[in-house]
Design a protein around this ligand. Structure first.
Ligand SMILES: [Zn+2]
Length: 190
């Protein structure tokens, strides 16, 4: 299985935390998928079960399918644990049961995506899926939150040719695209 290095590290940490709670029968059934692999999957499985190449989060290296060696994720304690705790480690359950109308994808208790803190914490607090979070951020322009003693400020900028972003001098920051029309800047204290 291939994953982004950072995501693989975060996932290992999360699994170690689950083990402390007595939940330790995780398996990974899918990580990063090449376009060719996605194409074959799409052709074999059809569009109820797979997305076309370039449209699957598995083509990003940020998503993975997690299972349990005990039973199906619909019933496994691994699934229950992920639902409750993944956000603490920067992961989100990407296609929850109660958000099928928003995501357009059937409930997938196995598919998690790394978005990082504080984003996963904000989404948990507001009960947002990624689509709702991006809309909310775009509307609010700026969100502040404290997670595990670290203060974060998340800002949204619409993308323009001469975009200037000011970053506080003594802070760490991350800049990412929203893959639509803007830039998300996350600033936190060292
Ligand atoms: Zn998946």
């Amino acid at each position: 299985m291939y994953l982004s290095k950072d995501v693989a590290h975060k996932f290992s940490k999360m699994v170690a935390a689950a083990k402390k709670d007595g939940v330790n029968h995780f398996l990974i059934s899918s990580g990063f998928r090449e376009f060719e692999e996605q194409k074959a999957l799409y052709q074999d499985m059809g569009d109820d079960y797979a997305l076309p190449p370039g449209h699957s989060e598995h083509n990003l290296g940020l998503a993975l399918d997690v299972g349990s060696t005990e039973t199906s994720m619909y019933h496994a304690s691994e699934g229950e644990w992920i639902k409750e705790n993944a956000w603490k480690h920067g992961f989100i359950l990407r296609y929850p049961e109660d958000k099928v109308d928003v995501t357009g994808i059937e409930y997938e208790p196995w598919h998690i995506r790394y978005v990082g803190l504080p984003h996963s914490a904000i989404m948990e607090k507001k009960n947002f899926v990624l689509e709702e979070y991006l809309d909310y951020l775009k509307e609010k322009k700026e969100i502040s939150i404290e997670v595990k003693g670290v203060k974060y400020t998340v800002s949204y900028y619409s993308f323009s040719k001469n975009l200037t972003i000011n970053i506080p001098e003594n802070s760490e920051y991350e800049i990412s695209g929203n893959n639509i029309n803007g830039v998300i800047v996350t600033v936190y204290e060292k």
